[in-house]
Design a protein around this ligand. Structure first.
Ligand code: HSE
Length: 438
């Protein structure tokens, strides 16, 4: 019997679960670039079935002749389709059930679902391998940027040592707008939501979870390890103030929410948190809703990807690229680059052993001796100061003092921070931001 997943003239039949912005975008892109896509795929790609919650909603696409399913899991089992495109979202529920049902039925799967892959990606990859069916997910990481294929294919010869990314457009938009306008966080968040880039639950964006989902997938692709979302150190951007952003400017930095995966002597470091990066660095100039990923390989050196990480066009571009690969019979298996049986469990590096530089902002009483006590607190943990900044004078009142700290271990820095908090004359919890060389 002819294998429908192999090229050879017959159309590739596709069922799409989830007809939101991205789902409708996929249908529009398949129609708009039909001839180009067919030429590259070696055959037509046709949508034969869809599933969504509301049948009556006008999505600006024709569904004539397309089978409708209320239940994506039923569609994954029963539709007349070679491929199931999962755009339902969520790490469990119908998204997971429909992907599993599709794999078990021997159908190829394309998904944009980073939460699903962060939590269950290694198990799903093993399941797809066992069925010898493609599981493709270019759209799950950094939207339109082809970084999944970049790591799996283009950079496959390299030992990768570090991946650094701006992986959440909502956070990058918020931080950029705060810097450009001097407005504070809450005010700008509302704008970002109105732009339609934010997750259904915006805390996934601003608390760093969305970026951590994507980082966990990139880590696996980069290091050949099992996806290990549980060991990503995650901090979001809620506590970043307009004041920190202006001090960063003064010190020659920009603040970015970065996802960083790094091979260290003690294991794999995975962290998502706000960072100060040198203004002159390439990543500092990635602004607004743009995403960027920088990969460092032993043979290739540094490779930078930059582009739109969300939205209808960029995400549909990635989904359809996966469909073209499947239609052309070149959807590279295994899904995570390394066969599941050969994937090592990641040995997580401990954050306390992370070595880095730091920015600290303290609110202190402006009186003699406070600064000496702060310096003593740092010295007690063998932590060395690089610079100190205080503007203005407010005798016996609160003033902001900003320190930058030379490279030290995170453990020593955190102990020094605790000591500083307890110095007589230091008001409030000191604010710290890691400085990252990119
Ligand atoms: N909420 C995500 C972002 C969208 O802002 O980047 C794509 O994952």
């Amino acid at each position: 019997m002819k294998d429908p997943k192999k090229p050879g003239g017959e159309p590739l039949k596709v069922a799409v679960a989830g007809l939101g912005t991205v789902g409708a975008g996929v249908l529009k892109l398949l129609a708009a670039n039909r001839a180009t896509i067919a030429a590259r795929a070696g055959r037509e790609i046709v949508v034969t079935a869809v599933s969504a919650r509301n049948r009556d909603k006008d999505r600006g696409v024709s569904l004539d002749g397309v089978a409708w399913f209320d239940d994506p899991v039923a569609m994954a089992k029963e539709a007349d389709a070679d491929v199931i495109v999962e755009l339902v979202g969520g790490s469990n529920g119908p998204a997971k059930a429909s992907v599993e049902a599709a794999i078990d039925a021997g159908r190829a799967v394309v998904t944009a679902n980073k939460a699903l892959l962060a939590h269950h990606g290694s198990a799903l990859a093993a399941r797809a391998e066992a069925k010898a069916t493609p599981l493709a997910f270019e759209a799950a990481v950094a939207g339109g940027i082809p970084v999944v294929k970049g790591l799996k294919d283009g950079l496959a010869a390299n030992r990768i040592d570090r991946v650094v990314g701006i992986l959440n457009g909502t956070c990058n938009y918020i931080l950029t707008t705060m810097r450009e306008t001097g407005r504070d966080f809450d005010d700008v968040l509302a704008d970002a939501q109105a732009l339609g880039y934010a997750e259904a639950d915006p805390s996934f964006d601003i608390d760093g979870i969305d970026a951590a989902h994507k980082l966990a997938i990139l880590t696996s692709l980069a290091f050949g390890t099992e996806i290990d979302f549980g060991n990503v150190h995650v901090e979001g951007i809620r506590h970043i103030t307009a004041l920190d952003i202006s001090y960063a400017e003064e010190l020659g930095y920009r603040i970015k929410l970065l996802g960083i995966a790094r091979r260290t002597d003690t294991g794999i470091e995975q962290r998502v948190h706000p960072c100060m990066v040198p203004k002159a660095s390439a990543i500092a100039s990635v602004e607004g809703v743009y995403n960027a990923v920088i990969v460092e390989g032993d043979a290739v050196g540094q490779v930078a990807f930059r582009g739109r990480g969300a939205g209808e066009g960029p995400t549909a571009s990635a989904v359809v690229a996966d469909l073209i690969d499947i239609a052309a019979g070149r959807a590279s298996a295994p899904p995570l680059g390394v066969p599941a049986a050969l994937q090592a469990k990641a040995e997580p590096a401990q954050m306390a052993e992370h070595i880095g530089s730091y920015y600290v902002r303290l609110s202190v009483v402006d009186k003699p001796g406070v600064f000496a006590a702060i310096a003593t607190a740092l010295g007690a943990e063998d932590v060395s100061m690089e610079s100190v900044l205080q503007h203005g004078r407010h005798p016996d009142g609160p003033v902001a003092v900003v320190l930058t700290i030379h490279e030290t271990t995170e453990g020593a820095f955190m102990r020094a921070l605790d000591r500083m908090r307890h110095v007589d004359g230091v008001l409030d919890q000191p604010r710290a931001i890691r400085i990252e060389a990119v």
